[in-house]
Design a protein around this ligand. Structure first.
Ligand code: PEP
Length: 250
């Protein structure tokens, strides 16, 4: 099997001002040489400062979104090259909150992901079903279609991470059963291998949705779970540190 280095990724969403960087300082002090990759995606206003703080450390910094265009008349948006300029190495694309709040389609997510790759960023591409879709038995069909539509042809193991995030599990405290997580991850791995061959086998597959220190270990023991995309529990160094510790042991 292709070796995939585990990844603990934090999505701060629209949370945090300068004082929150103390959490990063604490994380850096506690995890100098971690046994997994660590990524933090703060709001755009903190990317530059966090990247400066984390420079030379084991913590990578990413944006939460980027525009598909390189520059232009797009008030309020940030291009992939601007994230790179601010010190980011990664960007989240297609998070369900952007798909819902901003109506982002698979085609737009794919274009953003392509732009991220073009600028040299690793894209963390998010997919996942709603509760209605799960209850209608559409989970695999929905996730398969989102995966196919959101990943560009140039996706590789080096430039792409896929995050399976059931919409109904994000920020709700509800978590799918381990069997449900395994079913989706096994399916996604098959789809990635069928389309991208060895590159698909090497792409990291994260689970996201209400991961916390108390449930991380059992989730990380599931086959084909290569880490987590964490929202709420990434805001505090102690909580995120507990998840990192669980991943290091997985
Ligand atoms: C997320 O924002 O991607 C997420 C998974 O959030 P939470 O961990 O808070 O459910």
């Amino acid at each position: 099997m292709t070796a995939r280095r585990k990844l603990a990724a934090g999505n701060w969403k629209m949370n945090g001002t300068a004082e929150a960087l103390d959490q990063v300082r604490a994380l850096l002090a506690a995890h100098g040489a971690p046994g997994c990759d660590i990524l933090l995606c703060p709001p755009a206003t903190l990317v530059h400062r966090m990247a400066d703080l984390a420079q030379g450390s084991a913590v990578a910094v990413g944006g939460q979104d980027c525009h598909a265009a390189a520059s232009g008349a797009h008030t309020g948006d940030t291009s992939a090259a601007m994230l790179v300029d601010a010190g980011a190495s990664h960007v989240i694309t297609g998070h369900s909150e952007r798909r819902t709040d901003h109506g982002e389609t698979d085609a737009q997510v794919r274009a953003k992901t392509e732009a991220a790759h073009g600028a040299g960023l690793v894209a963390v591409v998010c997919i996942g079903e709603t509760l209605d879709q799960r209850e209608a038995g559409e989970t695999l069909a929905v996730c398969g279609a989102q995966l196919a539509g959101s990943l560009p042809e140039g996706a590789t193991a080096a430039n792409t991470v896929v995050a399976y995030e059931p919409v109904w599990a994000i920020g709700t405290g509800k978590v799918p059963t381990l069997e449900q997580i395994e079913e989706v991850h096994t399916f996604l791995r098959r789809e990635l291998e069928a389309r991208f061959g060895a590159e698909g086998a090497g792409m990291r597959l994260l689970y996201g949705g209400s991961v916390k220190p108390s449930n991380a270990a059992e989730i990380f023991a599931v086959r084909d779970v290569d880490g987590a995309l964490v929202g709420g529990a990434s805001l505090k160094a102690d909580d995120f540190g507990g998840i990192i510790a669980a991943l290091e042991k997985a």
